[in-house]
Each structure stands twice: as structure tokens, then as C-alpha cells.
Design a protein around this ligand. Structure first.
Ligand SMILES: *[C@@H]1O[C@H](CO)[C@@H](O)[C@H](O)[C@H]1NC(C)=O
Ligand SMILES: *[C@@H]1O[C@H](CO)[C@@H](O)[C@H](O)[C@H]1NC(C)=O
Ligand SMILES: *[C@@H]1O[C@H](CO)[C@@H](O)[C@H](O)[C@H]1NC(C)=O
Ligand SMILES: *[C@@H]1O[C@H](CO)[C@@H](O)[C@H](O)[C@H]1NC(C)=O
Ligand SMILES: *[C@@H]1O[C@H](CO)[C@@H](O)[C@H](O)[C@H]1NC(C)=O
Length: 508
């Protein structure tokens, strides 16, 4: 029973384990482990949240090709359950994930990769025992099947591009100023340079449309179910990138003010009950200390009312979230957020280590919790102007109360990884946990004994790293094979209004 003992609420967890396994887990199955590997309970705003551990693992191989002939990669940048597909059947769970890569294989510079989303069917057969599965058996707990790809276009059916935005298109026909590819680039046969998108977040709406958040703008775009751009949300001036007083969306260099290069809207989530879209920057704006990892922790969370699609989205809130720090006091930037309940969010913050990363040994990859219940709402204040920084050199202005941020689900817990044949640290092989986890999705467990339990899905962005890759039809060898890994945890989230997560994914 070590899997569920040591920390937290053993009585509850024991009964949970007994129920799921049919009989108590025998002590012979108990691996040697530390308390840190056991289930973890944490308290935020007086509510106890519990991480019951890893229950699923799956992968799509690094060399898998999608219907256009390109390598299927980068898909953990953004995931969501396709509305109305989640089903609980006799202890297993099935449905369709919609996943969105970022900007294509860009190890040797950005490419003219058209934004696209893929549908992937899954069957989750949760594994809750303590004994270690081998890597092959572990993959049966989350079986993934690629279905199809929808390519995205803007007005005039013009393809979008993944190229670095070297140009700016003025506002036109109800759309704001947007980042575009270099007008000198001889791309396709249109007169207009292509809208550039580096997608990092996705919301699957009940009406079949999708919200996509992007790093370049950073902007939020709405697409129809068949991939046509219908709406563009531009953030306040404090977040837009300015160089020498001009909007400049390049990600190659940092701007003077606004979002840092490659630190745009990584986080996107939706509260369906109020029609509120939330987007969060990966780390602080430049004027708020975002030019250095040691000062970039105070990032911004924005709220937009999008309940009425016929009118422009309205900024309704803006808060400061203090991201966690490494042992060297560097910011663990945030790759995704997920709405839990009013004022409460999950945040996926991490280093860049693991398979495909800088080092084999990751020290921080967590789905944490934060609350904005006591935080200062700064929207519409002087801080929406970049002339008024709110955290000069990373020191937060005294007038601002930031969100409360606490540690929650640890992805690199050695014992939990070992239960699924995975590990952290050397050696670097297929069973090393991926470096770049960037997505979160919640679904109800539908267990009447534990009505506050949810499955937390997450997937990694493998950066298309494959020795047998294809990008825009051209073969490439990235020198390493990093699979598209997925993990599923079981968590207790008592603040969630009953039924709200089921209704947000159309599971009622
Ligand atoms: C939840 O489980 C019940 C049976 O216990 C089933 O009838 C119902 O369809 C399930 N709900 C979902 C959303 O799968
Ligand atoms: C559900 O699972 C039980 C126990 O494994 C099995 O006996 C039963 O046949 C299953 N029912 C269906 C409809 O698959
Ligand atoms: C993995 O475990 C399964 C189930 O116990 C077993 O059938 C299989 O032979 C094992 N595979 C390897 C490679 O050890
Ligand atoms: C769409 O086509 C019109 C008419 O040719 C042109 O004026 C406009 O610039 C085009 N817009 C885009 C985004 O390609
Ligand atoms: C990662 O592990 C491999 C062995 O699998 C080793 O060759 C490599 O040096 C390690 N990388 C680092 C940064 O430690």
C-alpha cells in the first residue's frame, strides 16, 4: 500500500484502492519507495486537493506520419477533449482528443508549416496497482489511434504559416494588426504574406468551433470546426511586443516591451459556465523582468468574456501569477493552465529537461494549483501600458497582491514513473520521460464513491524529433527519436462544481 500511504489521507485512499482493485493490494506488491512518491494532498483556500497518482500512459511513435504526409509531432502543445466524445464504459474510458502542434519542425529555423489540428481516439484503462508494469504493458493503459487532420486557413482560404513573423499586416475588415511572414518570402501564390501562428493552447467549444492561443502575437484565434479563422483577440498594449516604438512580432529577439520571444500565450482555458476565456503568458513581459530567467516569474493571466460570439471579446480581468523557482532561483515557466473552479486553476510549470531536452534529469515538471481569489485585478489599470512596469527587475510592485501558487502533481516522481516502465534522468532512451509537457485536460471519473475525482490528461510536445521525419514533404533526420508521450493522473478536486467538467466536455 505504499503507493497510497505516507502522506495525505490514507483512510480515504485505502478504501479507494480496495474498491478499484477488488481486493486490498498485498504488501508483497509494494515496491521500495519514499513518502514523496505516495499520494499527495495539498490545501488551497481551505480546500484539500489530492493527487492519487499516475493511472495511464500512452504514446504515438516519433516517426508516425499524419494524412498530409508530414510527421505527427508537437501535439502536446495543446490538447482538448472533442466535445461530446467522452464515454465511461465498464471501468474504461474512451473518446477523441483534439490536439494542435505548434509551428512545425523548427530545429534549423522556422518553416512554412500550416497550422493544423489532429483528432486522436483514445481508450483509457486506468492502472491503479502499485506493482511496476513494463514499458510495453504500460502502453495498454492509454491506447491512442490517429484519426484525421484539419488544416487551418484565414480569409480567402489563405494558408497560415509557422514562419517567424518578420512583418506586420495592418488592421483590416474587423481584424486587428496581425503578425505575418516576411513579404519577400516567395510563399504560395497569394498576394498577401501569410498570417503566422505558433499555437500553444486549444479549447474545443460546444458549437464545434475552436479557440487557439499563440506565442507570436501573442493572440487568441477562433476557428470553425473545418479550420476557417473567424475571430482574432489582441491583448493589451503591455503584452504586445514593441521594438523602437513599433509592433514587431519576431521571436528571434526579445522586444523592448511586451511578451518575451517564445514566451507568449502558452496557457489557454475556458470557464463554460460564464463564457470566460483565460490566457496566460509563459513568463513575465519584458518590462516586468521577462528579459532574464532570474527575474521573469511574475506572469500575467487575462480573462475575456466571449459569451456572445457576435461581439468583440471584452477584457474582464487580469492578475499576476508568481511562477515557481528552481534551486538556482530561475523561473519554471508555465506551459499550460486549466480552469478548475471559480478563482482556481491548474498550471503546468516545468524545466526543459528530459527526453529531447537539454539534460536527461528533470527537476521540475508539475501540474500545480493557483488561486486568484485574493489577487489584485489590474485590468484597465495603468499597468496595461508598457510604460508602467509592475515588476521592475522581477520585484513586484507593492500595490499588487499576486495569486497564491502551490505545488500539486509531480510528473517526475520516480516511483510513479516506474509503475509505467518510465524513468527520469540518464539513460536517454525511449523510457525517459519527455522534456516538454505543455497541455492539460480534465474529465470526470464518474465514480459515485468519489464524485470529486477527475482524470488529468497531459501530453508532451516532442518538437517533431525523429530520425525518420518528414517536414513539408521533405525528409529530415533530427538525430534522436522522441515519442509523443501522454500521461493520465487521477486527482480529487473538491472545489469543482459537480457536473461542471462533464458538461464542459459534453459528457452529460
Ligand atoms: C457514468 O456511469 C453511469 C453508470 O454508473 C453511466 O450510466 C453514465 O453514462 C456514466 N456517465 C458518463 C458521462 O459516462
Ligand atoms: C464489464 O466488466 C465485467 C467485469 O470485468 C464483465 O464481467 C462484464 O462482462 C463487462 N460488461 C461489458 C458490457 O463489457
Ligand atoms: C511485459 O509484461 C507483459 C505482461 O506482464 C508480458 O506479457 C511481457 O512479456 C512483458 N514484456 C517484456 C518485454 O518484458
Ligand atoms: C483577400 O482577398 C481580397 C481581394 O482579393 C484582398 O484585398 C485581401 O487582401 C485578401 N485578404 C487576405 C487576408 O488574404
Ligand atoms: C543522457 O544520457 C545519455 C546516455 O543514455 C548520455 O550519453 C548523455 O551524456 C546524457 N546527457 C546528459 C546531458 O547527461
Amino acid at each position: 500500500m505504499v503507493f497510497f500511504s505516507g502522506v495525505g489521507v490514507p483512510v480515504l485512499l485505502l478504501s479507494w484502492a480496495v474498491r478499484l482493485n477488488g481486493s486490498p493490494v498485498s504488501t508483497e506488491q509494494t515496491p521500495s519507495t519514499s513518502a514523496s512518491a505516495a499520494s499527495v494532498s495539498v490545501v488551497l483556500d481551505g480546500v484539500t486537493y489530492v493527487n492519487k497518482g499516475l493511472v495511464g500512459f500512452g504514446l504515438i511513435p516519433s516517426n508516425f506520419k499524419e494524412s498530409t504526409g508530414d510527421t505527427l509531432g508537437g501535439i502536446g502543445s495543446a490538447i482538448a477533449f472533442k466535445f461530446g466524445t467522452w464515454k465511461a464504459t465498464n471501468g474504461s474510458f474512451s473518446g477523441t482528443l483534439v490536439v494542435h502542434p505548434d509551428r512545425g519542425f523548427n530545429v534549423d529555423g522556422t518553416v512554412d508549416y500550416q497550422a493544423r489540428q489532429h483528432e486522436i481516439d483514445f481508450v483509457l484503462s486506468p492502472y491503479t496497482a502499485a506493482a511496476n508494469l513494463n514499458f510495453t504493458a504500460a502502453q495498454k493503459t492509454l491506447q491512442l489511434t490517429y484519426r484525421n487532420t484539419v488544416l487551418q486557413v484565414e480569409r480567402n482560404n489563405t494558408k497560415t504559416s509557422g514562419l517567424d513573423p518578420a512583418a506586420v499586416r495592418p488592421a483590416q475588415s474587423g481584424f486587428p494588426v496581425v503578425p505575418t511572414a516576411d513579404p519577400q518570402m516567395p510563399i504560395a501564390s497569394t498576394s498577401e504574406p501569410h498570417l503566422t501562428i505558433d499555437a500553444e493552447g486549444i479549447i474545443a467549444n460546444a458549437d464545434g468551433s475552436f479557440w487557439i492561443s499563440d506565442e507570436y502575437g501573442p493572440y487568441i484565434y477562433r476557428f470553425t470546426s473545418d479550420g476557417h479563422l473567424i475571430q482574432t483577440i489582441q491583448p493589451p498594449k503591455a503584452i504586445l511586443p514593441f521594438i523602437d516604438g513599433q509592433l514587431d512580432f519576431t521571436s528571434d529577439t526579445d522586444p523592448d516591451t511586451g511578451r518575451a520571444g517564445n514566451q507568449g500565450f502558452e496557457g489557454l482555458t475556458f470557464d463554460a459556465s460564464t463564457g470566460t476565456l483565460y490566457a496566460m503568458l509563459q513568463s513575465a513581459t519584458i518590462q516586468d523582468g521577462g528579459d532574464d530567467k532570474s527575474t521573469s516569474r511574475f506572469t500575467r493571466l487575462l480573462a475575456y468574456n466571449v459569451a456572445n460570439p457576435a461581439v468583440q471579446a471584452v477584457l474582464t480581468g487580469e492578475w499576476i501569477v508568481p511562477l515557481p523557482l528552481s534551486s538556482k532561483s530561475n523561473t519554471e515557466a508555465c506551459s499550460e493552465i486549466h480552469f478548475v473552479s471559480p478563482g482556481i486553476f491548474l498550471a503546468l510549470s516545468r524545466d526543459g529537461d528530459g527526453h529531447g531536452g537539454d539534460d536527461n534529469n528533470s527537476k521540475y515538471k508539475q501540474a500545480d494549483l493557483f488561486s486568484i481569489s485574493k489577487a489584485t485585478d489590474i485590468h484597465g489599470s495603468k499597468f496595461d501600458d508598457p510604460a508602467n512596469p509592475l515588476a521592475v527587475k522581477g520585484k513586484l510592485d507593492k500595490s499588487i497582491v499576486p495569486a497564491t501558487y502551490i505545488s500539486f502533481v509531480n510528473f517526475v516522481d520516480a516511483t510513479q514513473l516506474a509503475r509505467f516502465g518510465l524513468h527520469n534522468g540518464s539513460p536517454s532512451d525511449q523510457t525517459l520521460i519527455d522534456a516538454k509537457w505543455e497541455s492539460l485536460a480534465l474529465a470526470p471519473v464518474n465514480d459515485s464513491a468519489f464524485p470529486d475525482d477527475y482524470f488529468l490528461f497531459t501530453a508532451a510536445d516532442n518538437d517533431f524529433i525523429s530520425t525518420q521525419g518528414v517536414s513539408l514533404g521533405v525528409p529530415f533526420n533530427a538525430g534522436l527519436d522522441v515519442d509523443n508521450q501522454f500521461l493520465v493522473f487521477r486527482v480529487t478536486l473538491p472545489s469543482v462544481p459537480r457536473g461542471s467538467i462533464a458538461s464542459s466536455i459534453g459528457a452529460l
